[in-house]
Ligand binder design. Structure first.
Ligand SMILES: [Zn+2]
Ligand SMILES: [Zn+2]
Length: 263
């Protein structure tokens, strides 16, 4: 039995790790195409982001693997596979409940981690990315990763969810974790500037958190930030894009000087 649990934990760690590498890699590739040079000069930072993220993969993978084993073998959790078990309208509601619960947990633990001691001890790792890249999606100190790792494995015991809806929640979690950090806005302006953007968080909102620290703590929704007066609106990427353009110009000039000397 123990070896089966261990196997499930290892398998889940691999799944989380590979999922991270594939999704972050895809968005980093997209960034190179869309904004060439945006990550230039950030190689040392990206290496650290990948290192912390892979460590987080194990911290996320172990509890998820144990719960997945218990679900399959002991009937743990309230995950269901027969779609007729609950009314159809419950599917979108369950997705919303999971996102809202995760967002609430994240908002308050994140705010707590901005207090001086927990910040120095743990959250500073995430903010060491200045500016973050698509690889920073899971760049957390193990203490912070642990606070994130318990969320979904706990919720599946509390709130019924269809297995496909759970997959959808995990998909949103992965994509938003990457896109919120990749240094440019992937969603159309009409969305994040419009009425929907008043309540939903995308990269433009999280950018301001990484720039100013003491605001915009939310994960998916602006609900808690707005309720608690910590919402400072959406930011923009003009400054980091200007800096990237300056770095690129300096590199071109340096390469030009080398070429002149060679000639
Ligand atoms: Zn962040
Ligand atoms: Zn923070």
């Amino acid at each position: 039995m123990w070896s089966a649990i261990l196997l499930s934990a290892v398998a889940m760690t691999l799944i989380v790790g590979v999922r991270y590498l594939v999704v972050s890699g895809a968005f980093a590739w997209g960034t190179r195409r869309r904004h060439p040079g945006l990550y230039a000069g950030l190689n040392a930072q990206v290496r650290k982001e990948i290192g912390w993220s892979l460590a987080s993969a194990a911290i996320y993978g172990v509890p998820a693997g144990v719960v997945a084993w218990g679900w399959q073998n002991l009937g743990w959790t309230r995950i269901y596979t027969d779609a007729s078990e609950y009314p159809l309208w419950y599917l979108p509601l369950s997705v919303f409940l999971y996102l809202f619960a995760h967002d609430s947990w994240f908002y308050w633990t994140h705010r707590w981690m901005h207090r001086p001691r927990p910040f120095r001890l743990a959250h500073a790792v995430h903010h060491a990315s200045r500016p973050p890249t698509a690889w920073a999606a899971m760049a957390f100190h193990p203490i912070e990763a642990l606070t994130g790792a318990v969320v979904i494995p706990t919720l599946v015991f509390l709130i019924p969810i269809h297995v496909a809806a759970l997959g959808f929640v995990l998909g949103i979690m992965t994509v938003m974790g990457v896109t919120n950090h990749m240094g440019w806005e992937v969603f159309p302006r009409v969305m994040w500037r419009g009425p929907l953007g008043a309540w939903l968080i995308t990269a433009s909102h999280h950018q301001k958190h990484h720039e100013r620290y003491g605001c915009n703590y939310g994960l998916y929704f602006r609900f808690w930030d707005r309720l608690c007066g910590t919402d400072e609106g959406v930011g923009d990427f003009a400054r980091s894009h200007d800096a990237a353009a300056r770095r690129a110009a300096a590199r071109r000039a340096a390469a030009g000087r080398v070429a002149d000397r060679v000639a």
